[in-house]
Unconditional design. Structure first.
Length: 246
């Protein structure tokens, strides 16, 4: 009887061995593949284009895909840092405008197993991509893409077109300095429709995202010299927002 009570006391204080998971059970869960993928958008010949890169390793070796890579848990502070690192390493870009888009996950999107990808959208002027090992493709003429990269591109294009109605987002596609007519043509290319000049100038004033470059004018055209502008420092990595759309 004494031994029985002693055994019960031990079980109460320390738990029964069968109630605890063994080290093998704790480590038996399969690893989840965690990556970041970047939808890198730019304008070329007034057409919205996405930057693709050929995959060097399987799966889908040799296929055009979005720039992406594994999250480095010991190095990256967060997913944003992972996306910034991927752009530096694979496109040679330093901190362009970068916005988290969505998370794509599931057991069938990657043939290697259950995976999760945090997708980001980046906007750059085409001049920054001149020497990058990337292939530019119009978003309306995408080839077959691996994983669910097509869905990521579609989500990014929808996001950019929607936010361009009420924010400074398209300005990140412009090479500085630029004129207001040049910026308006960028907005029109992104939205896919013409914009009334008066409405556009009013929207630019509301957003207060630009500053004139002192003494800088664009000359040589048939019209009078045009003032050149650049993005205010506060909006180089952030958006200026308006309560009303264009």
């Amino acid at each position: 009887m004494f031994l029985l009570w002693k055994r019960l006391l031990v079980d109460i204080l320390f738990g029964h061995p069968c109630d605890k998971l063994s080290p093998m059970t704790e480590t038996a869960a399969p690893a989840v593949i965690c990556t970041v993928d970047v939808v890198l958008l730019t304008l070329q010949q007034n057409v919205l284009q996405v930057a693709l890169q050929r995959r060097e390793r399987p799966p889908f070796a040799g296929a055009l895909a979005l720039p992406g890579g594994y999250i480095h848990a010991q190095e990256d502070a967060d997913a944003h840092a992972s996306a910034s690192r991927v752009l530096r390493e694979k496109a040679g870009l330093q901190s362009p405008y970068l916005e988290q888009l969505a998370t794509f996950s599931g057991p069938v999107r990657d043939p290697r197993g259950w995976s999760m990808a945090v997708a980001y959208c980046a906007l750059v002027s085409p001049e920054l991509l001149a020497s990058a090992p990337l292939t530019l493709v119009p978003v309306a003429e995408l080839p077959a893409l691996p994983f669910d990269h097509r869905a990521m591109v579609d989500a990014a294009v929808a996001r950019v077109r929607s936010k361009s109605q009420y924010s400074s987002m398209p300005v990140h596609l412009c090479a500085e300095p630029f004129t207001l007519p040049q910026l308006q043509s960028v907005y029109e290319a992104v939205l896919g429709e013409p914009i009334n000049k008066v409405s556009f100038r009013r929207k630019v004033d509301e957003l207060a995202m630009l500053e004139a470059v002192p003494g800088a004018l664009q000359t040589g055209g048939a019209h009078r010299p045009a003032q050149l502008y650049r993005v205010r420092p506060a909006y180089r990595r952030n958006l200026s927002l308006s309560a009303r759309g264009l």
